[in-house]
Design a protein around this ligand. Structure first.
Ligand code: CTP
Ligand code: CA
Length: 226
């Protein structure tokens, strides 16, 4: 079906969103991943489309339906996520909600790794993945006008988020307490604080859909002001 264009605060804007985990292959049947469900990133993409934006959602493997009116690019690895974001540029806004695997196995075995009978585990050498947010935020040419990062923390939420704001070069960090008791990873609700160079804005706990809508409204106001 052809959908009528939505008119809203983000009309005429291109928004890139990353979401979900990445999968980093060990061999043809095994990979390294994390508990991200993709729900928060998908909710943001849906809210941005509802606000009139053209939305490109670069998504790791998740069990979610594509949001209405959103172009979904499916990837597996962090390197593929970075390449897909670079292809999707230019954008007015980029929102990095994905839980990117920080490390990947150095080698992907071409065949399934077998037990050798000795009882010893195979060594698994790891290397750091590219930082997609930092790479895009530090671009001199073609940097999106507004770059939104997330910070997943189990301790010292605001302090760690402030460090990430500066180190990664983004305009705002959505700080997210992902300690197990909060049930945020995979859960339906989120409790975040927005950290910018101007200060900290704490939001109450609310459904991830509501966080998505409020974040999109916040972005719309920010674009309107300058
Ligand atoms: N991020 C990214 N690419 C990576 C790692 C993280 O784009 N390789 C982005 C995430 O999507 C998020 C932000 O960076 O927007 C912060 O991710 P987080 O995991 O909280 O921070 P890291 O910088 O990876 O540091 P650490 O996990 O050690 O706390
Ligand atoms: Ca990380």
């Amino acid at each position: 079906a052809i959908l009528a264009p939505v008119v809203g605060p983000l009309s005429g804007r291109h928004v890139i969103v990353t979401a979900g985990p990445t999968h980093e292959p060990i061999d043809p049947v095994r990979y390294i991943a994390n508990r991200s469900s993709g729900k928060q990133g998908y909710a943001i993409a849906a809210a941005a489309a509802a606000a009139g934006a053209r939305v490109t959602l670069v998504s790791g493997p998740v069990d979610l339906a594509p949001p209405v009116g959103v172009t979904v690019i499916e990837i597996e690895t962090a390197r593929d996520m970075l390449a897909a974001v670079e292809i999707a540029l230019p954008a007015d806004v980029a929102i990095f909600a994905a839980a990117v695997a920080d490390w990947r196995p150095v080698h992907e075995a071409a065949s399934k790794i077998k037990k050798d009978g000795s009882g010893a585990a195979p060594p698994l050498a790891m290397t750091e993945n590219p930082d997609i947010l930092a790479t895009i935020a530090h671009r001199s040419a073609g940097r999106p006008g507004l770059v939104v990062g997330f910070a997943a923390e189990t301790d010292d939420l605001i302090a760690n988020a402030s460090v990430k704001l500066n180190k990664k070069g983004c305009d705002v960090i959505v700080a997210n307490d992902v300690s197990a008791e909060g049930g945020v990873m995979g859960g339906a609700e989120n409790e975040v604080a927005l950290v910018t160079s101007e200060g900290i804005e704490r939001w109450p706990r609310m459904p991830k859909g509501e966080v998505g809508r409020r974040l999109v409204a916040w972005i719309g106001a920010r674009l309107a002001n300058g």
